[in-house]
Design a protein around this ligand. Structure first.
Ligand SMILES: Nc1ncnc2c1ncn2[C@@H]1O[C@H](COP(=O)(O)OP(=O)(O)OP(=O)(O)O)[C@@H](O)[C@H]1O
Length: 459
């Protein structure tokens, strides 16, 4: 009953009591004599004081140190007064109640701090999660390589690196072509790392790895309810994720034809539209695409849109296959042996020759795997032919039996070379090993040295 002079509890005051009871803060009302007239349930929850122990009693007597009677004396509002009762902390706002210009009582409003503490903790936890998420997210969408990670001194590769460095300084779309395993993704990372966008996300997408039915919504995102099972709140697309950074579309030759038209529109307008949305949003990404397919032939066969091909092809980077960069094979092997092996390892001349002669259809990826395989198979600090994978050995043997068209002199020379290298492999590439090899072959050590030098350019 707010009108403390009114003894009749009418329906109006009942209604007010209902409202006060429904309030989430604790409420206590005293009349002009300092007698407690009303409390709500939340007041009991916060202070632990039961209704029957306080209603109709003088507040100062029941609650020593209560400040509300002071409000009755000076008519002043007080706010944010901190209180602690056992483990319960709360703050109190106090105000006088006036009717027709005279003070008829005063009210306290208590706000529990337990809830505030709980919310603060929740907020802190959310902030921590957000930071962790930002770290993971940042980590996930960072380029992992720079141009320093690209191994190779072959002139063809150096020209390619040179062109890629220029491309990194441009904002043109870049199309990287090359056989599988030549390092197209490595180049894409390096280009982003050296570009002005390096601090922004690098988002790699393999177009062949995402089912075509999902690719559009993955690339452009979708709004809530755009299809059955769509996530609440919709989903951000990879273009949006890459905003201000670089989007790397690998295996672009596998982009479904109907999506090619949509991608072309995005590149022309610089805007994307989420699946199910009518609104467009501006997007600023540098697009790098890569493929090991021959896009020119695909265009001719009308399997890839010509207009999109020209859009993607702002700068075209062709990475030469490893077999055309023999010098890089030796360099890569040396680098791997020096950096990846826990013990010093020697490669026999024969094994080296087999590796140099092999065609490397899987390019640097395959070479990397083969060298690591051989390092694990090596014995006594030495990698010889028997430590190479069968496919590589077989490839070499096939090549060597391919004598068609060769002169007898060349065949004999090759065979002699093979036998000498294999015998040195067997006895070891040391002085003692070479002596044994020469003995076994029935030639002098000097002769073996001179032949060995002829085959390898050095001994
Ligand atoms: N020049 C190089 N120097 C160092 N490592 C290289 C080089 N080229 C390729 N690699 C390594 O070879 C592996 C394959 O490279 P990457 O994935 O970039 O090739 P890719 O051309 O994109 O292959 P795919 O067409 O199969 O996707 C990676 O481990 C990469 O780091």
């Amino acid at each position: 009953m707010l009108d403390c002079d009114n003894k009749n509890v009418n329906s109006y005051t009942n209604w007010l009591e209902e409202i006060i009871g429904a309030i989430n803060d604790g409420i206590l009302v005293i009349d002009s004599q300092g007698i407690v007239r009303l409390i709500n349930d939340e007041y009991t929850n916060i202070t632990g004081v039961q209704r029957e122990n306080i209603i109709g009693k003088s507040l100062v007597k029941v609650r020593k140190g209560a400040l509300l009677p002071k409000t009755l004396e000076d008519g002043k509002r007080r706010s944010g007064v901190y209180r602690k009762e056992g483990n319960v902390e709360y703050v109190v706002d106090m105000a006088p109640i006036y009717k027709h210009g005279s003070m008829v009582g005063a009210v306290s409003v208590l706000k529990s701090l337990t809830e505030v503490h709980k919310l603060t903790k929740e907020l802190e936890r959310s902030k921590e999660k957000l930071v962790a998420f930002a770290n993971t997210f940042g980590h996930l969408y960072q380029a992992k390589y720079t141009f320093n990670d690209i191994i190779g001194k072959d002139a063809g590769l150096k020209n390619t690196v040179n062109l890629a460095q220029k491309a990194a300084r441009s904002d043109l779309n870049i199309l990287i072509q090359g056989e599988s395993g030549t390092g197209k993704e490595l180049f894409a990372h390096a280009i982003h790392s050296e570009s002005a966008r390096a601090k922004h996300p690098f988002v790699p997408v393999n177009c062949a790895a995402i089912p075509s039915s999902l690719l559009e919504s993955e690339l452009f995102g979708y709004v809530e309810g755009s299809f059955t099972n769509s996530k609440k709140g919709g989903k951000m697309g990879l273009f949006e994720l890459a905003h201000n950074g670089t989007l790397f579309l690998d295996e672009i030759g596998d982009l479904p034809f109907e999506l090619q038209a949509k991608l072309l529109r995005v590149l022309q307008d610089g805007r994307i539209r989420k699946v199910g949305s009518l609104q467009e949003q501006e997007i600023d990404v540098q697009l790098i695409t890569a493929t090991n397919k021959d896009l020119n032939t695909m265009v001719e066969k009308q399997r890839f849109r010509e207009d999109l091909y020209y859009r993607l092809n702002g700068i075209e980077i062709m990475i030469p296959p490893l077999r055309s960069r023999k010098g890089d094979i030796a360099l890569f092997i040396r680098h791997s042996l020096e950096t990846s092996s826990s013990q010093p390892l020697q490669l026999t001349e024969h094994a080296r020759k087999v590796l140099m002669d092999y065609e490397w259809p899987g390019n640097t990826r395959e070479l990397n795997n083969v060298v690591h395989f051989a390092m694990n198979m090596a014995e006594k600090g030495c990698i010889d032919c028997s430590h190479l994978p069968e496919a590589v050995r077989k490839g070499h043997q096939l090549m060597e039996t391919d004598h068609l068209g060769a002169s007898l002199k060349d065949i004999l020379k090759k065979t002699e070379q093979k036998v000498i290298l294999q015998t040195i492999d067997t006895y070891g590439n040391t002085l003692a090993g070479k002596k044994k090899a020469a003995d076994q072959l029935g030639i002098s050590l000097a002769s073996l040295y001179s032949k060995f030098k002829e085959y390898n350019g050095s001994n």
